[in-house]
Design a protein around this ligand. Sequence first.
Ligand code: GLY
Length: 320
Amino acid sequence: MGEFANNSRAIRRAFLDFFASRGHEEVASSSLVPENDPTLLFANAGMNQFKDAFTGKATRHRSRATTAQKCVRAGGKHNDLDNVGRTARHHTFFEMLGNFSFGDYFKEGAITFAHELLTDVFALPIARMVFTIHESDDDAAALWKKISGVPDRQIIRLGDKDNFWAMGETGPCGPCTEIHFHQGDDVPCSEEFAGRKCQGPACDCDRWIEIWNLVFMQFEQREDKSRIALPKPSVDTGMGLERLAAVLGGKRSNYETDLLSPIIAAAAVRAKKTFVPSDYSDGSVSVSLRAIADHARATAFLIADGVFPEKTGREYVLRR
Ligand code: GLY
């Protein structure tokens, strides 16, 4: 973890270099304002700019790509706004690291790359990971076992809610496998406060943090609710840079990484308040400081992409 602790720039570069050296074209992030896509309010995933390459409407000269994509999740299908400040891991603005295969490699390639990057390059202990897969996906189960060598208990089958990913009401979609990292059983869990059992990687608490989602793109969801097969099975992955930075820095919260902690510190000085990293209590100063840091980034990046506060549409979301 050493060279990557408190060094998000090095993490981003290591991710892109890893995939570039394995035949992926390094493509710049698209704008937060999606081009020619009325189904999207903001770019919400790395795959957005490649939607037509997945569905076969466009062809790319290279069949593999990698990006660090600016994302805003503050509206539409993927909306994290209400959780911001209240958890260690949710944001309106974040960066998604991704690798993409347009009909090139599929499940085995995606899992092999993910395993190699996490264990060899980032040196994360496999004993602290679990891999969730779609309940129907025997191939993914067998591949994780073969490639990582983990025992069965580290491969968990979940349903559509957790392990089927879609960009929106329409568009490319498919079953996915998520990599979760164990942050510690002493991290508070609201299920336990309510007298129930923590659901582990399927729980909403911060004990297990999902760091990477590998989507096996196989279908296109149509407006008439039908689902058709994509021309070729493909891969779309998304890893939250802020989450990976927290894990590699030995932190339990994205807000304690170099991406966000300087903004919290600056806001706390100006407000003459103290930030308490472990304080998630309703209405607390620390919840507000996290929200300020998150919203400051979202605001800055949206304005840089030409969105200005107004009364309707994405401009209204920014104003809020
Ligand atoms: N496109 C994969 C994800 O957003 O998780």
